[in-house]
Design a protein around this ligand. Structure first.
Ligand code: PEP
Ligand code: MG
Length: 551
């Protein structure tokens, strides 16, 4: 009955790509964007629920019968009568009294939800037919599979969610390894991430926004395991080796003991504070919890606060007052250390579903970043006003994402200027900066630097746009190369421009936290970096060793 039964005991190793390091073993929770792919299974707890599911079954039988009639007459007209018979046969099997009685019986007697019952009944017929000697009947197994998918597809609302509704093995991700098609920001902000043990996904590259969040929380994650959603089910056992990009299904005790340490690994025993070797070490943050962590590890400030997460989490536009309260809290929590807020940076791998932006063929080259901000003056002004008011209490830095050239930079600053005139603020306490992450901005860096107070390199997007390589696509991740000499030429030239203007330049992309990178950045004249708070002690110690403070 169950397609996974034959594999349940065998250890199987899958190879993917590492998204976030660390190793963990535990039970699975399936999270699906297309829930019907993995069938929800739960028990009906009372007669009302049973009646409701029987009614749902009747309704979808009617709907699917009607649909099959329509398809059959359409096919008869366009293709031929013989071909249309397939669909009529499917309709007959679907409405066969024995099949219907079996599904109803499971719902009534065994109290299985209707999806579960359909899946079980259809799978058992499918298996029976597939093993018959008669070729004609054997081929009917395919029809039964089709019916199963049609019925379950109709029942599913296709909204994202946990597959088992938390009824049996699935605990809404709590103390479980989440297996999903892809990590999306929407998905991970709606989970209690503190309690998620690991992530395994079918798609998604190393620098997608959601992957960055998994990394910042230190959750082991592996991507690129195609088909895993169809292979495993809620409650199965998995080992995620985020260090090597491997996943073990049904790991042996020996595999577990050799790969997963009993004691958590201490990443660093000594932690140096201050800025050894002259490198300012700031934190990237997206939430209040990140800011808490940034403070706790002694970050020199927040170098990048991704404000879009506030909106993704809220699932709606956030009012000026709410934004003000939130931004004020962030600056208060850093007790006078510098805080850089990035204006809403949506589009590409960071969609805001509630804005209902028209589907774009190329969202990474579409209405995003500063282009989006300028196209939405109401939104833009609200966010600037909220930030401006914070300047009456605390110093703030405001950063514009995906700036493309000097004209756009000027338009952004003019729009910010007029928005600030509408509120009480302290202009001396506000600095404006440009993100350098689109190659064209590097070619006008000097002119842009004339207008702004500081610059910040968004290397995640820069690599994407410089080498025409999708940062979220695991198939091309081997070419996503932060070591590329062309990239380093651009970094050095920008740091030279910043130096000439006597204005600061920082880097806030993921590569800054990689082992060995901070010292290379110093050599290129970049003296400030912003990374996920978890990496700060390690980077500080690397800098201290470089400066000879630590051996
Ligand atoms: C970047 O692009 O490098 C960056 C820091 O911003 P994000 O990852 O949020 O696009
Ligand atoms: Mg970016």
């Amino acid at each position: 009955m169950n397609q996974f039964v034959h594999d349940r005991k065998k250890q199987i190793k899958f190879k993917g790509i590492s998204i976030s390091s660390g190793r963990v073993a535990g039970r699975i929770c399936l999270y699906s964007a297309e829930r019907h792919k993995a069938v929800p299974q739960y028990s009906l707890t009372n007669e009302d629920a049973v009646e409701k599911d029987l009614l749902r079954y009747e309704e979808i039988l009617n709907q699917c019968s009607h649909e099959l009639n329509m398809i059959a007459s359409d096919v008869a007209e366009k293709v031929g009568k013989a071909e249309s018979e397939i669909f009529l046969t499917q309709k007959h099997i679907m409405n066969d009294p024995k099949v219907v009685a079996a599904v109803r019986g499971m719902v009534k007697e065994e109290k299985k939800n209707v999806e579960w019952a359909i899946s079980d009944v259809m799978s058992s017929y499918e298996e029976k037919f597939a093993s018959l000697d008669n070729q004609y009947l054997r081929e009917r197994a395919t029809d039964i599979g089709e019916i199963r998918r049609r019925l379950l597809g109709k029942l599913s609302d296709k909204r994202s969610g946990f597959v088992c509704h938390g009824q049996e093995h699935c605990k809404h991700g709590q103390n479980r390894i989440i297996v999903a098609e892809e990590l999306t920001p929407d998905m991970i902000v709606h989970m209690d991430l503190e309690k998620v043990m690991g992530f395994v996904t079918e798609h998604g590259g190393i620098t997608s926004h959601a992957a960055i969040m998994a990394r910042s929380l230190g959750i082991p994650a592996v991507s690129g395991i195609a088909g895993i959603m169809d292979y495993v089910k809620c409650g199965d056992f998995l080992l995620v080796n985020g260090d090597d990009g491997e996943v073990y299904y049904n790991p042996n005790p020996e595999t577990i003991s050799s790969l997963v340490p009993v004691e958590p690994v201490q990443s660093e025993t000594v932690c140096v504070l201050g800025s050894p070797a002259g490198m300012e070490v700031l934190a990237n943050a997206s939430t209040i919890d990140d800011v808490k962590q940034a403070w706790a590890v002694g970050a020199d400030g927040v170098g990048l606060f991704r404000t879009e997460i506030l909106f993704i989490k809220a699932g709606r536009l956030v009012s000026e007052q709410e934004q003000y309260d939130y931004y004020l809290k962030v600056t208060d929590m850093m007790h006078g250390k510098p805080v850089t807020f990035r204006m809403l940076d949506i589009g590409g791998d960071k969609p805001l579903p509630f804005l209902r932006i028209k589907q774009e063929a190329n969202p990474y080259l579409g209405w995003r970043g500063s282009r989006f901000l300028l196209g939405n003056p109401d939104f833009f002004q609200t966010q600037i006003r909220a930030m401006g008011k914070v300047s009456c209490m605390n110093k703030i830095k405001i950063l514009f994402p995906m700036v493309i050239d000097v004209n756009q930079m000027k338009a952004l600053l003019d729009a910010a200027d007029s928005a600030l005139k509408e509120v009480q603020c302290d202009r001396k306490n506000i600095e404006f900066g440009a993100m350098f992450e689109v190659p064209s901005a590097f070619l006008q860096a000097s002119k842009i630097y004339e207008l702004v107070d500081f610059g910040s390199i968004g290397s995640n997007d820069l690599i994407q746009y410089l080498f025409a390589i999708d940062r979220t696509n695991e198939l091309v991740s081997q070419d996503y190369n932060p070591e590329h000499p062309v990239l380093w030429e651009m970094l050095s030239s920008l740091s030279e421009t910043a130096r000439k203007h006597g204005k600061p330049l920082s880097i806030c992309g993921e590569m800054a936290g990689r082992e060995g990178m901070p010292t290379r950045l110093l050599d290129s004249g970049i003296h400030s970096l912003s990374i996920t708070p978890r990496l700060i002690p390690r980077v500080r110690n690397e800098m201290a060793r470089y400066a000879g403070v630590l051996v």
